[in-house]
Design a protein around this ligand. Structure first.
Ligand code: PEP
Length: 260
């Protein structure tokens, strides 16, 4: 079986000025040890206004935390007022880009087609998409979780070949668990992540599926992370609220990656 290094990602959403972001990353770097980075990869996803400051800090101190973005526009440049291109992100050494977060899909009207274009653009610029998929509470209660998640995968991977697909991180984020304090049970999260992996196997073959990293996201905290990450098909966490504080996020990164 392929070994998949867990990826623990902090999605700061629209929080922290660039000064706050620097302070949080400094504390985070101080809290994590080389042994922690051995067991897991850690990424932080500040807002666009903080990316350059955080990049400068990570580079100057050679901190092995990966820089991530929360969004991208799927064109290299052009008349797209207010948008940020994959070329700009790549130039800042951004490694991971969140694509299709439910807040963007629900609040900002991002369609499956746009999510697909963003995924492709990130891959074309040698960065790694973290593709978010997940169901609403109504869909879960109606028993259509699998249909929703697999449909989102089908749409997002349109036109993506196996070599490119192998790089994508898939984050299962039940919408009802995001920012609500409600978490999917480890068994439920495992069941969906297992079907995500089966979908990848069907679409791209068993080898790609065995290396695909599937994260869980939705009210992850230091108290619930270990149990979630102990599931065989969960390879990391996408963390919102609990990643804003360096000490809490460092505890999640440590607890989510197995015993020291
Ligand atoms: C998220 O932003 O992707 C998320 C999972 O948020 P939270 O951890 O706050 O639920």
């Amino acid at each position: 079986m392929a070994t998949r290094k867990p990826l623990i990602s902090g999605n700061w959403k629209m929080n922290h000025t660039h000064l706050d972001a620097i302070a949080v990353v400094q504390k985070l770097a101080y809290s994590l040890s080389p042994a922690d980075y051995e067991r897991a990869e850690v990424s932080v996803h500040p807002s666009f206004t903080s990316l350059r400051s955080v990049q400068t800090l990570l580079d100057a101190d050679e901190v092995p935390i990966a820089l991530g973005a929360q969004n991208v526009y799927p064109a290299p440049s052009g008349a797209f007022t207010g948008e940020v291109s994959p070329v700009m992100l790549a130039k800042l050494n951004v490694r991971y880009v969140i694509v299709g977060h439910s807040e963007r899909r629900q609040l900002l009207g991002e369609s499956d087609e746009m999510v697909n274009r963003k995924l492709v653009a990130v891959l074309e610029h040698q960065m790694v998409p973290i593709l978010c998929v997940g169901e609403t509470l109504e869909e879960r209660e109606a028993g259509t979780t699998q249909d929703k998640v697999l449909g989102q995968l089908e749409a997002a991977f349109q036109g993506v070949d196996a070599a490119a697909a192998a790089k994508v991180v898939i984050a299962y984020e039940p919408i009802w668990a995001i920012g609500t304090g409600r978490t999917a049970s480890p068994e439920d999260a495992q069941a969906v992540c297992a079907s995500v992996r089966s979908w990848v196997a069907k679409a791209y073959g068993a080898e790609v599926a065995s290396t695909t990293r599937a994260q869980y996201g939705g009210s992850v905290t230091p108290d619930n992370v270990a149990e979630l990450m102990a599931q065989p098909d969960i390879d990391g966490a996408l963390v919102g609220g609990a990643s804003l504080d360096a000490e809490r996020f460092a505890r999640i990164a440590r607890l989510g990656t197995g015993p020291a």
